[in-house]
Design a protein around this ligand. Structure first.
Ligand code: ITT
Length: 178
């Protein structure tokens, strides 16, 4: 059993496709350390959550962000805050006048079992577009990859190309070899 520490059910839905039903969602609000590096945030979160949940089962924390080229990688590590304050629609409005609307989603999955700390990362390139689709979560409606927004994809299709899917695939391989 792996404890996936997140308040975001969308992340857990995606993780279950790789880790079967061996995933329990724990909605523990770990301290998000101030860092530009997603791995720092995920590792610190996993260690804190492991202790806070009794230290019996391995935990996983997933830290992700949207990095838009034209605005210096904004919102990056502050993506959750910006989604909650500005909202996705206004991120689109901020970028729509830009000639270059390239962006990238990045994700780091951190595992901690009391002894070992492991991280697995993934990224997907795309561009910011007007919102389309009602699947997925977060910034999915404004992030287009090869002509389709992530919100227009099934979970399976999104996982096949996404930042989280890539990180989870590496993690699942590592677990299988463990
Ligand atoms: P936890 O920290 O509780 O796991 P969160 O949603 O706050 O949940 P993050 O800090 O990792 O998670 O997410 C940063 C932001 O990026 C947040 O607004 C998410 O909705 C968004 N996000 C993360 N992964 C995404 C994805 O696959 N597609 C679209 N948006 C995503």
């Amino acid at each position: 059993m792996i404890r996936f520490v997140t308040g975001n059910e969308g992340k857990v839905r995606e993780a279950r496709e790789y880790l079967d039903d061996d995933v329990e969602q724990i909605d523990y609000d770990y301290t998000e350390v101030q860092s530009d590096d997603l791995a720092d945030v995920a590792v610190a979160g996993a260690r804190e959550a492991f202790e806070a949940t009794g230290g019996e089962e391995p935990v996983v924390v997933d830290d992700a962000g949207l990095f838009v080229d034209a605005v210096g990688g904004f919102p990056g590590p502050y993506s959750a805050y910006v989604e909650g304050t500005l909202g996705v629609e206004r991120v689109w409005k901020l970028v729509r006048e830009e000639e270059n609307r390239r962006a990238r989603f990045r994700c780091v999955v951190a595992y901690y079992d009391g002894e070992r700390t492991e991280t697995f990362d993934g990224a997907v390139p795309g561009r910011i577009v007007a919102p389309r689709g009602d699947g997925g979560f977060g910034y999915d409606p404004i992030f287009e990859h090869e002509g389709t927004t992530l919100a227009e994809m099934s979970t399976e299709r999104k996982n096949a190309i996404s930042h989280r899917g890539r990180a989870l695939a590496k993690f699942a391989d590592w677990l299988a070899d463990d």
